[in-house]
Design a protein around this ligand. Structure first.
Ligand code: ZN
Length: 352
């Protein structure tokens, strides 16, 4: 009996020695593979196994390279060409429900097709056009997606509005170059950049040109409703571009419409501005653009971005809602800077 007890004690002692040796051995390995910054230790051979935590993650390095590639592929000439087309008098001021607006939607759709975008099938769309009726007007949003590599069911919308004010009482068109052909051109240019580079975001990017904005954000309300109806509204956020091309002012404005859940979008855009050396200012609630529908009606995080609207709209956007808002009034430097901040913000949001 005692002999058995003594044997058991010896056995247990042996076990604990082995396990202590195990602990020590692990600790030794950890010390051995920790990189030494101090030069006096440089004689040590480099560890064969480098701890993964000290190496920049492959995805991070790739992400930076892709980000640089996207920004380097931006072309002002290309964006301005889209802008002059959308602002062309051919479209008769693009009033919601008019033949001119339908022709503008057809042009944007044809570009989406050339740029390889797909209809947003998860939102129940089989073409680029989302037809809606609101306030007695029939019109279409133009919507196309670049599917994300993560296939995670998360979406970031980059939006703008293609509709404008139609014709004045003398039959002259409101070209709406700053309001908002510039934003539509930014959306098209971003889609072109993704196509040319072949860079794929993790989340799906949704490229969107709304109608009905000038009539009270009707198109964005119709899309928000569709996202609620199809059960995907909780996985969506939006950056809406409106008014990024007027001369003057000194900063990129972000309007969160007072929505607390839009704070991450604001922070990301501030980060993008910092990276590009462009001042970004939080503005609060604007006089009305498509982020409001998303934030207020559907609690979908959304911001509207612009160029210095909050500073003094009358001074910085002197041609606002006049027939003189034409492409030659666009400040191309501002247009390019604002578009790049929005592009970088979009890329960062789509790669969480
Ligand atoms: Zn307007």
């Amino acid at each position: 009996m005692f002999l058995l007890f003594a044997l058991a004690v010896i056995f247990l002692l042996l076990l604990s020695v082995i396990s202590l040796a195990g602990c020590g051995s692990q600790q030794w390995n950890r010390i051995e593979t920790t990189p030494v910054a101090n030069a006096q230790y440089d004689f040590k051979p480099a560890p064969k196994t480098v701890p993964t935590a000290t190496v920049p993650a492959a995805s991070e390095a790739t992400g930076q390279k892709q980000q640089d590639e996207l920004l380097a592929t931006y072309s002002l000439d290309s964006q301005f060409s889209y802008l002059t087309t959308v602002a062309s008098s051919t479209y008769q001021g693009r009033r919601t429900g008019s033949a001119g607006a339908r022709a503008a939607a057809a042009y944007i759709s044809s570009e989406f097709s050339k740029l390889g975008l797909e209809p947003w099938s998860a939102a129940g769309l089989t073409t680029y056009l989302q037809h809606f009726t609101a306030s007695g007007l029939e019109s279409d949003n133009v919507v196309g997606i670049l599917p994300g590599s993560a296939a995670n069911g998360s979406y970031v919308i980059i939006g703008s509005h293609y509709d404008h004010l139609g014709l004045d009482s003398s039959g002259r068109p409101f070209n709406g170059a700053d309001d908002d052909a510039a934003g539509v051109a930014a959306v098209l240019e971003m889609a072109r950049i993704f196509q040319q580079t072949g860079v794929k975001p993790a989340d799906t990017i949704v490229f969107c040109a709304f109608s009905g904005e000038e009539e009270g954000e009707l198109g964005s309300a119709a899309l928000g409703q569709l996202l609620v109806d199809t059960g995907i509204s909780k996985n969506v956020e939006m950056i809406n571009i409106d008014g990024i091309g007027a001369t003057g002012g000194g900063y990129f404005g972000v309007w969160d419409e007072g929505a607390a859940n839009a704070a991450p979008l604001l922070q990301t855009l501030q980060q993008a501005g910092q990276a590009l050396g462009v001042p970004v200012k939080a503005e609060g609630t604007d006089i009305g653009s498509d982020a409001q529908s998303f934030d207020w009606q559907y609690s979908i995080p959304a911001v509207t971005v612009d160029w210095s609207w909050g500073q003094d709209a009358g001074a910085w956007h002197p041609y606002y809602h006049t027939i003189y808002d034409t492409p030659e009034k666009i400040d191309q430097t501002v247009l390019a800077e604002a578009t790049k901040v929005a592009l970088l913000g979009l890329w960062l949001r789509a790669n969480p």
